[in-house]
Each structure stands twice: as structure tokens, then as C-alpha cells.
Design a protein around this ligand. Structure first.
Ligand SMILES: [Zn+2]
Length: 511
């Protein structure tokens, strides 16, 4: 459930929004041999982006970059072609390069950035640009900085968004660069091969691979590399390239008592999960064929036109977050108008209104149904009443994970958050919400549950994404499986706060 205690204040004093900006720390390691594995581009909302906050439509950005390692950063606008970019006023250390803006170290301004283009929400993605000789640059920066290697060099990017003279939003990225401890997953010639194929030959792939297997340690002992303890988490690595990806990995062994399994996460493909049978000899080749993203039907029920348009925005934001975080799904909305009387039933009965809606035929079975009608709160109804404590949550009866209602005012990522619950990140008190786990997740996690600090909710961890695709619990599990969009054989009883050899830690991620 999201709360909206600050919205009144936001409308009255735009400068309060400034305090809501986000500070994000990204850690990256630079392999001795060349380019680092770059994380997801950071999507950034334009302007305040809280409904009712500001409706000026265009914002001026003041950007300051302190880059010791990076060559600069690039900005790409979701809804802008090269011709649109030319309409912007750009000055300082910024320039247009085709369909992107390149920013170099120093101060720059980009004025009059619209928050909507041709009726569609405009987003900016920010990605770092590296020099070709980045390992050399890092080495020399580390040796001249006086800090011990391992602490890293920090590049900083600050963006302050202005509405006229008024600063309305501030974002700060700190990129921490360190040399990679182990630049290659393979050593010597004794390796196995993982081959990952896209749907089409030559398709561009960008995947994260999670492997559980039995392997030999450098000292020669055999051990399980799998989730199951805080100290020993799954092996996770990102690979990019053109299909097929042929990845050499250390010789993996027959499974014994270990879990031997591979999960592949991709923005453009559904999550792959399958068992892998390795032999004790090197030279095994395991082939994985990725399937297209799951298209998830979602029924949006509304009474007011403004709720329909808000829902449309939130579906777009949610789909973007699901793709960017490699959940492997996209939403396909269908809009249905309710009568005012029908909305009253939901306002009064909340989750219990599911029964009445079904009776009235205002509910599509085996699909997500989201009602933009209630007041104050937002809820996914997988559990009829929110458990107050994790320990006693099992006493709470099952509701309907396909039934969600949303309040009249909210942040753009609200739908993504509630669908996180629908897909099994629950109960909120058992780490379905990550509020008390700030060290591991940060305020940018979509399942952080106060609007207070979170202008920039953008992340699901791989541990969360794994559960969204596989969850099995007494409240119906993930609706992806309940609605027949994934196979029942993928089911895993992995509550957010539990881990085992079959369940990665919730904060397992590329960090
Ligand atoms: Zn919630």
C-alpha cells in the first residue's frame, strides 16, 4: 500500500519537491582488459511528475558533471526524434549527437524540455560514456588519488530541474568505479560453454545469467554455488552481444546434492528457468533458447476520464520498469468504463467488492483487473487484509491477486508497485515492502512504500524479479502463473524474506 501524506504540501510549495529528489549510487567494476559491463540506463521523469504537482509542461535542466573516469554521459529521450532535439535550447558542455545529447564534464543547461510529447509521457534515460582506455584512466586516477585501490573513484552527476526560476526536482548520481576482482569467468582451457540464443539469428541480446551448480573451488574442493545463505549467493553475471551468445564458464560438475539450474533475465524475453545437467568433464555445451516477452492482459476499470488518462500513463511507466528491470513482461491494457454506482461499491467494500464486481460482470476472470476508483489508498487484494506482522501473516486468508484498486491521486509508479504485490511480492510485512531494508535496496526500489523520498522508483532486484515470475504461496502465488502465462512447473515457494538453494536472496542483483 502506498501512502500519500505529502501531496498536499507538494502542491502548495514546489520547493518541497526539491527535497524529494533522489541520490543514486551505482557501483561498477572495470575489467583490466577493457570495457565494463554497463548497468541499466537510469530512467528519469521530467519535472515533478506527481499528478497535481506542477502542470507547466516544460522544464529547464541545469546539469553539473564531475567526471574523472567517464568521458561523459548520454541522454536519450523516449519520445524525441532527432528533429525534436533541435527544438531544445542547449548550452555549456552539452551537444546533440544524432538522436541523443552528449554531456561532458562541467556545467550545462538544457531548456524547455516538455514532460509530454504528442500526448505521451516523456522520459529521459541517462547512461555513462566510457573512454576506450578506461582501465588505464582508472589505474592512474587510483594511484594519484592517494586512496587505497578498492575504495574506488567517484564520478558525480547532478541534475536540477527548474520550473521557471523555481527548482522542482534534483537527481544525483554517484558512479563508484573500481577494478574488477576477477575479469573473466573462465580460467585456463578447462571450461564448459553456455550458449544463449535469441528468437532470431543475429538478434541483439542483453541478458543477466544466474547459475546454480556444483563446481570446484580454486583450492580443488567441490562445493555448491547456489543461493541458500547470506554469504553464499548465486553466481550472477551480465552478457551482451549478438545471438547466439557463446559464453565460456568454469568447468561445472555433476550436481550431486547441489541445485543445478540456470535462470536468464532479459528485457526483451520472458525469464528463462531450467535445469542444467553438467558432467565432471570440461567441454559441456548447454543451449538456452529465449522466448519473447510475456504479453500480460490488464483490464483497467474507471469512471472518470482523468483516471483513464492516469491509468494509461501508469501502464506505460510500469511496462517500462518491467522491461528495464528484466521482468520479461509487458502490459497490454484494455479499458472499461464503470458507472458511478459501480465505483461506489468498490469505495465502500474495498477488496471485498471483488465478489460484487464478478456478479455484475465487471471483472474479467483469469486476468488482472485494476480499478481506478477508490479513495485514499491503493491495494492489491491477494490477501484480504494486510497482515500487521510477518509472523502471523499465515492466519490471513486469501483474497484475489487479480483484483487491485487504486486511489484518486498517486505517483506514476503506483501501478508497477501494486502489480509487484500481484506477482507475489507479499506480504508487505514479510519484505514485500523493502522499507526497513534500505542498505540492500535503497529508496529507488519500486517496492519501497512511502512516496516521501521516492521520486525515482526505478528498480526491481533480480531476487524480486525471480519471485515475480515464480512465486507460490497460500494467497495464489504470482498471477503470471495463476493466469496461465507461465508454466506451473516454474513455481517456487520463495517468500520475499526467505531464501534457500531454490530461492535467491531478495537483494540478489548485479552490484
Ligand atoms: Zn505496497
Amino acid at each position: 500500500m502506498l501512502r500519500h501524506i505529502l501531496l498536499g504540501a507538494l502542491i502548495a510549495w514546489p520547493s518541497v519537491a526539491l527535497a524529494l529528489g533522489a541520490r543514486v549510487v551505482e557501483r561498477m567494476c572495470i575489467p583490466a582488459s577493457g570495457m565494463p559491463l554497463v548497468g541499466k540506463p537510469a530512467p528519469m521523469p521530467i519535472g515533478c511528475r506527481l499528478r497535481g504537482c506542477l502542470e507547466s509542461g516544460a522544464f529547464d535542466w541545469r546539469i553539473s558533471i564531475d567526471a574523472k573516469i567517464l568521458d561523459g554521459v548520454e541522454l536519450r529521450f523516449d519520445q524525441f526524434g532527432a528533429a525534436d532535439l533541435k527544438q531544445l535550447q542547449i548550452s555549456g558542455h552539452a551537444r546533440i549527437d544524432g538522436d541523443r545529447i552528449v554531456l561532458n564534464s562541467g556545467d550545462s543547461r538544457i531548456d524547455r524540455i516538455p514532460d509530454k510529447v504528442r500526448g505521451t509521457v516523456n522520459f529521459v534515460s541517462l547512461s555513462p560514456i566510457f573512454r576506450k582506455d578506461v582501465p588505464v584512466v582508472l589505474k592512474s586516477a587510483l594511484s594519484s588519488s592517494g586512496v587505497t585501490p578498492g575504495k574506488g573513484i567517484v564520478d558525480q552527476i547532478t541534475i536540477v530541474q527548474h520550473d521557471g526560476l523555481e527548482p522542482v526536482n534534483r537527481f544525483e548520481w554517484n558512479y563508484v568505479f573500481q577494478p574488477c576482482a576477477d575479469s573473466s569467468p573462465a580460467s585456463g582451457a578447462a571450461y564448459d560453454t553456455l550458449r544463449i540464443e535469441g528468437a532470431a539469428l543475429g538478434e541483439k541480446l542483453d541478458v543477466v545469467v544466474m547459475i546454480d551448480a556444483r563446481r570446484r573451488t580454486p583450492s580443488g574442493a567441490k562445493e555448491c554455488q547456489q543461493g541458500g545463505s547470506v554469504r553464499q549467493d548465486d553466481w550472477v553475471q551480465r552478457f551482451t552481444g549478438v545471438s547466439p551468445l557463446v559464453i565460456p564458464i568454469n568447468n561445472l560438475l555433476t550436481s550431486g546434492r547441489c541445485n543445478s539450474e540456470i535462470a536468464v533475465f532479459s528485457g526483451n524475453h520472458r525469464m528463462y528457468l531450467g535445469r542444467a545437467a553438467w558432467t565432471d568433464q570440461p567441454g559441456d555445451v548447454h543451449t538456452i533458447k529465449l522466448q519473447p516477452r510475456i504479453v500480460v492482459p490488464i483490464n483497467i476499470w474507471y469512471f472518470k476520464d482523468e483516471d483513464k488518462s492516469r491509468a494509461n500513463d501508469e501502464v506505460l511507466v510500469a511496462t517500462r520498469l518491467f522491461i528495464g528491470n528484466r521482468v520479461g513482461i509487458e502490459l497490454e491494457p484494455k479499458f472499461h468504463r464503470l458507472s458511478e454506482k459501480e465505483t461506489e461499491v468498490i469505495k465502500q467494500q474495498k477488496c471485498k467488492a471483488a465478489v460484487a464486481m464478478k456478479k455484475m460482470g465487471r471483472y474479467i476472470v483469469n486476468a488482472l483487473n485494476v480499478y481506478y476508483v477508490a479513495e485514499g489508498t491503493d491495494r492489491n487484494c491477494a490477501i484480504v487484509e494486510t497482515p500487521g506482522k510477518c509472523e502471523t501473516s499465515d492466519k490471513h486468508p486469501r483474497g484475489d491477486g487479480n483484483f487491485t484498486y487504486l486511489g484518486t491521486i498517486s505517483a506514476p509508479f503506483t501501478l508497477a508497485h501494486e502489480l509487484g504485490h500481484a506477482f507475489g511480492l507479499r506480504p508487505s510485512t514479510c519484505w514485500g515492502h523493502v522499507n526497513n531494508l534500505v542498505d540492500a535496496f535503497g529508496l529507488e526500489n519500486v517496492m519501497y512504500a512511502d512516496t516521501f523520498e521516492a521520486m525515482l522508483r526505478k528498480r526491481f532486484t533480480l531476487g524480486q524479479v525471480f519471485r515475480m515470475n515464480t512465486q507460490q504461496d497460500k494467497w495464489g502465488g504470482t498471477m503470471l502463473i495463476a493466469n496461465g502465462l507461465r508454466s506451473e512447473s516454474d513455481q517456487r515457494a520463495c517468500r520475499p524474506n526467505s531464501f534457500s538453494k531454490h530461492c535467491p536472496l531478495l537483494n540478489t542483483d548485479l552490484r
